[in-house]
Ligand binder design. Structure first.
Ligand code: HSE
Length: 413
């Protein structure tokens, strides 16, 4: 028997408990030994739930129990999860986690401590929920040099955008449904403002490119400014809006960002709907590979956590190396230098002169009108950088015929 502890009995923690119980037989076969939850740590009580039999409010109970060899940290947030993980690893216990905030902020330090103590720090569930993506990057694609990663990395925002697009539903109403389904973070700001996919693309990029990518250097925009108008422009262009995290290798640096993008409906990412996530990886030998599945939710995320527990059980007392140089940082290109193509919406005082201004500044005479009897049109800016487009938008706004530049949605391709 190998003792396991679960830190946090929320959505994912209760899922981990359930997966270990429901699939106990096959898990025992695969791990080589029975995996038994000896403790669950939570500040709350759960009257009537069988977890009460193993519940503790004191982390020292877990730390001082030599039978507990593996800890699933599914509390979320940086503290106390960081301190708890560090203490466990220093005692030679392996730690697995779904906590992207912690992995993005302190993953390298925790991996180093794990190595020094012949333990493992694994985090498959931190990116893409139940989708196997960390292990493919660490194991299956090791013969490749990765050129780029791009994906839908947040279930909550994909759920919201899908319902807004398909059912014309209101943003706040759909957010409440996503929360009730257990997709959203405790504070959904991390989802809707893009901070959650930012942490995830930082983790995936660090693994893909072998050096730490600082999430603070990743330009991040969420979906709170997306309106039904943006969605309707997308429909007019046979495209849908998806919140995308992406990173591309450019020489010794990478370009990385999180932002809403328009995808032609024929692109495979365009048909990834609801809380599903998908990640595209381009390798210099394998070409494109895509990973698809439930990006959020109790059992899919718990499945990834338990797979890591099994991996730790198979490697007790032995650190499995991960190609992530914890002492080196990856250069991230300044956002202004990143190439971009975008749909730009312009509100006008005088339509003819506003279109002339667009031609003068951006050199295009092709305009898109929603035929909704409103005061705006849109156009597509190509062959720009983020910096040049910012300057040109400011210039365009200074024309008397232009009321305002209303929104800009980046376009794939
Ligand atoms: N809040 C996250 C999401 C959970 O919606 O994708 C999974 O990381």
């Amino acid at each position: 028997m190998i003792g396991v502890a679960v830190l946090g009995y929320g959505t994912v923690g209760s899922g981990v408990y359930e997966v270990l119980k429901l699939n106990a037989d096959s898990i025992k076969r695969k791990a080589g030994e029975e995996l038994k939850v000896l403790n669950v740590l939570d500040l709350r009580n759960f009257p009537g739930d069988e977890v009460e039999n193993v519940l503790t409010h004191d982390y020292e109970d877990i730390l001082n129990n030599d039978d507990i060899k593996i800890i699933a940290e599914v509390m979320g947030g940086v503290e106390p999860a960081f301190t708890f993980s560090k203490k466990a690893l220093m005692k030679g216990k392996s730690v697995v986690t779904s906590n992207k905030a912690l992995v993005a902020a302190h993953g390298p330090e925790l991996m180093k401590i794990a190595k020094e103590n012949n333990a493992n720090y694994l985090f498959e569930a931190s990116c893409g929920g139940g989708i196997p993506i960390i292990r493919p990057l660490c194991v299956s694609l090791t013969a490749d040099k990765i050129n780029s990663i791009k994906g839908i990395l947040n279930g909550t925002t994909n759920f919201i955008l899908t319902k807004m697009t398909e059912e014309g539903k209101d943003f706040n109403e759909v957010l409440k449904t996503a929360q009730s389904l257990g997709y959203a973070e405790a504070d959904p700001t991390a989802d809707i403002e893009g901070h959650d996919p930012c942490r995830k693309i930082a983790i995936l990029s660090s693994l893909a490119f072998g050096k730490t990518v600082d999430f603070n250097k990743i330009y991040t925009e969420g979906i709170t400014k997306i309106t039904d108008k943006d969605i309707n422009y997308g429909k007019k262009l046979n495209s849908v809006i998806k919140l995308i995290g992406s990173s591309n290798k450019i020489g010794d640096s990478i370009s990385a960002m999180v932002a809403p993008f328009l995808f032609n409906e024929k692109h495979p990412l365009a048909s990834v709907n609801n809380a599903f996530n998908a990640i595209f990886v381009n390798g210099n030998m394998s070409g494109d590979t895509m990973y698809y599945g439930s990006g959020a939710g109790k059992l899919p995320t718990a499945s990834a956590v338990v797979a890591d527990i099994i991996d730790c059980a198979l490697h007790l007392g032995k650190n499995v190396p991960i190609d992530w140089d914890c002492d080196s940082s990856m250069d991230v290109l300044p956002i202004d230098d990143v190439p971009v193509k975008a749909l730009i919406r312009v509100a006008y005082e005088d339509i003819e002169n506003a279109k002339k201004a667009v031609y003068d500044v951006f050199g295009t005479e092709v305009f898109i009108d929603l035929d909704e009897g409103d005061d705006e049109f849109a156009f597509i800016a190509e062959n720009e950088t983020e910096g040049s487009i910012k300057e040109k938008k400011e210039k365009l706004s200074s024309f008397a015929a232009v009321k305002e530049v209303r929104n800009m949605i980046r376009m794939e391709g």
